[in-house]
Each structure stands twice: as structure tokens, then as C-alpha cells.
Design a protein around this ligand. Structure first.
Ligand SMILES: *Cc1c(COP(=O)(O)O)cnc(C)c1O
Length: 421
């Protein structure tokens, strides 16, 4: 019996825990000899595919040169390469790059930067606005700015108060988000918030909920008009997931603070960055030591992880990544169109490389029995899919080929027939 306590795993249900020995492209190979298609990109991190040769080589080379060094007051070439690469790839307004090691910490850093900006410029603002159904991580701060529910009920006494604006409901893509924008405008006027944090275009853990670029653009404009910092959590949506490098690109929005993690290293190593505009950096830059940005973790900008990120950025710069994404997006849309015609399917939707459907079940919600039943059926089909309640989504590595894509679709079709019979 293993001593391991797994994340988001109810050990009391004794579900099988397969052991993975190696991976390549979109496939995982298990100890018991199965080839499993990774249709969720190993929880949304793997972009180009597992074990991309250039990323593997970069990790190997860097491990032989420099494994780890303190980053407070010191630097190294892989971190400089990542910072320069991000500056070349991303909007020019995002002038500063702060490293950390997970999506959650990148969001914690973003919140601290926003509060630091307002503290050091003397605005007296500290309240955070969030969007209904959002997810930003599992630490206390990120749970505070995320949706409250079964995931965090026991910790609620520790979570800080935030202002919540409603998710733009109504038929996508025609919904103009009127209620959302009115609530944001009112909150900005009445509560003098420090910042709004959003997942641009797609709320991932909230159930693959989509809203339009028009709403995103309007939210950013309202924030700007009221001196409220706009924080884009692109931890999941970044690196091509929604069809463009950043989801914000589709709205022509440049956030004041940007969080990137998951696909930053192509999904190979834990690394994150929080990027900021010059005014946010300038508010902390002083001869006064009290204005220092007091945040660090032991492995900030780990050189091996940075080498993997630099290789990922190089892949974006000189491989046809955008073409691969466009081709995958086209196939995802075609798949969803076919699935939409099946009985029991509601809300078929795609956004770039993300495809999702809802399965109509009498007992909806995350803890419904439908999810586990689907999970078991997908497992039998050797396809790694992890429904969010009654939402089945496919979020694959960009290298997923047509044959494997067809197997994913077949697994969903078969499972739907079994659960809606
Ligand atoms: C996954 C995710 C996070 C948290 O990232 P971790 O690396 O798991 O800490 C934060 N925000 C969004 C939008 C995410 O999808």
C-alpha cells in the first residue's frame, strides 16, 4: 500500500490509481502496459505534447550546468532568456517579469503587487473584485478570490471578503454581459476596489464556461476608467489554449498584471511568472527599503525550469505552433458539432483548442454520480478525460493527431450512450 495522499482524490472511494512510466506526444504509457490518450493535457499544462525533444534537451543541458541558485540579488542566463523572450512575445506594456513556481503563487504575487501598488501610491484601496464561478488556485489567498463551495467550505473562516460580479449568463456568443458590466461599474464607483481579477474568456475549473471578447474588453475599460487594476489570470488560457497566444489578445486588452504558469514550460516543469506594467513596478522601486516587493520562494526562477520555459518560447518563435492550434481547433469544433447531435447533450461549445459539452443528468453538480461513471467509462477506453461535474471537456496537447482525436470522440460517444440510456 502506497503512503501517498493524492490531490483532489477521495481515497475512501478506492478508485484505481494507475502508474505512468513514460509519455510521448499525446500519449501516456502505464506500468500495466496501456497507452492512454492524455485528452486533458495532464490538467491543462501540456501544450506542444509530452517530452518535446527541444524541451527535454534544454532541461538535460541546464541540469549539467547549474541546478539551482538563490534568486534574491542574483541572476542566471536561463531566467534572462525567459524574461527577454516574454518581452519579445507579449504586449510591450508588460515591462516587468516576476518569477514564482505555480499558478497559485503567480496569483498570490499578482494580488500582492496590486495591494502594494495601492499602498505605496497612497490610494487607500485594498478590496478585490472577482467574477462569479472563478478559480484562481487552492492557497488561502487564491481560494478567497475564487468561487466558494464544497472545495473550500471548511476553510471559509480564513477566506477574505471580496466583491463578486455575476458571470455573463445567456446564450454565448450573443450575450453582451450587460448585468456583469453594470455590476462592475457599480462596484467600481461604490467600493473603490484595488483590482479586478478574471480568467479571460474561459472559466476553467468553474466548468469550462465561456464569455465573449467584447465583455472582456468592456470590463477592462471600466476598470481603467475607475483606477482599478485589471489582473488577467491566464494560467490556463495562456500559451494558445483559446486559439491566440493570450486570451486577452482576442479582446485587444493589455492587463495591468498578467499571470502565466501551466504552459509556460510547455507543461514540463513547475514555473510561473507574474508580469506587470511599469507603473506597478515603479510604485515599488524606491530608495525606501520598506517598499521592497517582499515575496520569494526557495525555488524562484529555478534554472532548470527556466531553461524549459526558454525552450518553450523558442518553439513558439520558430515552429508552426499557431498553425497546429488552428488545425486542432477546427477538428475540435467538428467533433463538438457531431456530439451536439447526440441525445443528452447540452451547451456544446468550443473556444480555440477547448471543446466542452454538458451531459443532461437528473442529479447535476460536481459531486453528482454522473462524473465518476463517466470517468470509469473513459478509463476503460484508455482515454484520460476528467469531467467537471456533468461537463465533459477535451483540452488536449496541440500534437493530438486525427487517429487519437477520433478515439477520444469515440470514447465520449460510447460513454454518453451508456449514461443517457
Ligand atoms: C490551474 C489554475 C491556477 C492554479 O495553478 P496551479 O499551478 O495549479 O497552482 C490558477 N488559475 C487558473 C485559471 C488555473 O486554471
Amino acid at each position: 500500500m502506497s503512503a501517498i495522499w493524492h490531490p483532489f482524490t477521495q481515497h475512501g472511494l478506492h478508485e484505481p490509481i494507475p502508474q505512468v512510466e513514460r509519455a510521448e506526444g499525446a500519449a501516456l504509457y502505464t506500468r500495466d502496459g496501456r497507452r492512454v490518450i492524455d485528452a486533458v493535457s495532464s490538467w491543462w499544462v501540456t501544450t506542444h505534447g509530452h517530452n518535446h525533444p527541444r524541451i527535454v534537451a534544454a532541461i538535460r543541458d541546464q541540469a549539467e550546468r547549474l541546478d539551482q541558485v538563490i534568486f534574491a540579488g542574483w541572476t542566471h542566463q536561463p531566467a534572462e532568456d525567459v524574461a527577454a523572450g516574454l518581452r519579445a512575445l507579449l504586449p510591450a506594456e508588460l515591462t516587468r517579469v516576476f518569477f514564482s513556481d505555480s499558478g497559485s503563487t503567480s496569483v498570490e504575487v499578482a494580488l500582492k503587487m496590486a495591494l502594494g501598488f495601492h499602498a505605496h501610491t497612497g490610494t487607500g484601496r485594498s478590496r478585490i473584485l472577482v467574477m462569479e464561478h472563478s478559480y484562481h488556485g487552492d492557497t488561502i489567498g487564491t481560494m478567497s478570490v475564487g468561487a466558494r463551495g464544497v472545495f473550500n467550505a471548511p476553510y471559509d473562516p480564513l477566506l477574505f471578503d471580496v466583491g463578486t460580479i455575476p458571470f455573463p449568463t445567456g446564450p454565448h456568443p450573443t450575450n453582451d454581459g450587460e448585468a456583469t458590466l453594470a455590476a462592475l461599474d457599480a462596484a467600481c464607483r461604490e467600493t473603490r476596489p484595488a483590482a479586478l481579477i478574471v480568467e479571460p474568456l474561459v472559466l476553467g475549473a468553474g466548468g469550462m464556461l465561456f464569455y465573449t471578447a467584447d465583455v472582456l474588453r468592456a470590463m477592462a475599460a471600466i476598470c481603467r476608467a475607475h483606477g482599478v487594476l485589471f489582473i488577467a489570470d491566464e494560467v490556463m488560457t495562456g500559451w494558445g489554449r483559446t486559439g491566440t497566444l493570450l486570451a486577452c489578445d482576442q479582446a485587444g486588452v493589455v492587463p495591468d498584471i498578467l499571470c502565466l504558469a501551466k504552459g509556460l514550460t510547455g507543461g514540463s516543469m513547475p514555473l510561473a511568472v507574474t508580469m506587470a506594467t511599469e507603473p506597478i513596478y515603479a510604485a515599488h522601486c524606491s530608495t525606501d527599503r520598506a517598499k521592497t516587493f517582499f515575496h520569494s520562494s526557495s525555488f524562484t526562477a529555478n534554472p532548470i525550469a527556466c531553461a524549459a520555459a526558454a525552450a518553450n518560447i523558442a518553439i513558439w518563435q520558430d515552429e508552426p505552433v499557431r498553425e497546429r492550434i488552428a488545425a486542432l481547433a477546427t477538428r475540435q469544433a467538428a467533433m463538438v458539432e457531431r456530439l451536439a447531435a447526440l441525445p443528452g447533450v447540452a451547451n456544446p461549445r468550443t473556444c480555440g483548442t477547448i471543446a466542452a459539452i454538458d451531459v443532461i443528468a437528473p442529479d447535476g453538480g460536481y459531486l453528482s454520480t454522473l462524473g465518476p461513471r463517466l470517468l470509469a467509462l473513459f478509463r476503460e477506453a484508455d482515454v484520460l478525460l476528467r469531467p467537471l461535474g456533468n461537463t465533459v471537456y477535451v483540452l488536449p496537447p496541440y500534437c493530438l493527431d486525427e487517429a487519437d482525436h477520433a478515439r477520444v470522440e469515440a470514447a465520449i460517444t460510447t460513454a454518453l450512450a451508456a449514461v443517457t440510456r
